[in-house]
Design a protein around this ligand. Sequence first.
Ligand code: AMP
Length: 220
Amino acid sequence: MITLALSKGRIFDESLPLLKAAGIELAEDSESSRRLILATTRPDVRVVLVRATDVPTYVQHGGADLGVAGLDVLLEHGGQGLYQPLDLRIAQCRMSVAVRADFDYAAAVKQGSRIRVATKYVSVARDHFADKGVHVDLIKLYGSMELAPLTGLADAIVDLVSTGSTLAANRLVEVERIMDISSRLVVNQAALKLKQQPIRRIIEAFESALPAVPAKSGQE
Ligand code: AMP
C-alpha cells in the first residue's frame, strides 16, 4: 500500500487533476465524507487528509509515503528526512513583507535598525532579515497576521500573498517579496528504498502529468 498525504483546501483541489492525470482518482467523495483515509481507484494507493503543516511530519516519520506540501511549510519544517523530487507548480503564491501604508519601511530597515515582525513563518523571516542585516523581534502567530500591524502588535508581517486582496482589504502594502512559493511532492526516504518501484512510478506519473496543469503566475 502506498499512502499519499494531502491537506484540504487549495493543495487538495489543485492536486486532484494531477492525481487524475497520473491515473489515480478518489473512489469516494471527500466532501460528503468525514473520513480521513480515502480509497482511490488504484487498490494499492490511498490518500490521507492531514493539516497542511503536518504533511512533512507524516511523511518524515512514515505515516505517509508521499505528500504534497507548500514550500512555506517545508521551509518551516526543515525538510529533514524528506526527498523532494518535484515542484508541482500548484498553490502558487509568494512570501512577502507587508506594512501599514503609513509605515516607512525603507527607514525602518536601515542597517543596524530593529523592527518587530509578526509571522507564522519565523524561520523564513529570521533568515530574510538576517541577510539584510536588520535586527528583528519576531512574534509567532498562527493566523490573521494582517491584524498585527493594525493593532500595534508589530511593525510588519511576513505572510503569503496571492492576489493581494487580503492585504488591500486591511490597508496593508506589500513592501518586499521574499520568495515565490509553490507546492512540492515530498517522499519518505526509507519508503523510496523499500517501495522503490511503485513510488518511482508515481513520481514519474506526476512528472509527466505536470504539463497538463497550466503553470500560474505567483503574481496574480
Ligand atoms: P490573497 O488575498 O489572494 O492575496 O491571499 C492571501 C491570503 O490567502 C493569506 O491569508 C494567505 O495566508 C492565504 N494564501 C494565499 N495563497 C496561499 C497558498 N498558496 N497556500 C496557503 N495560503 C495561501
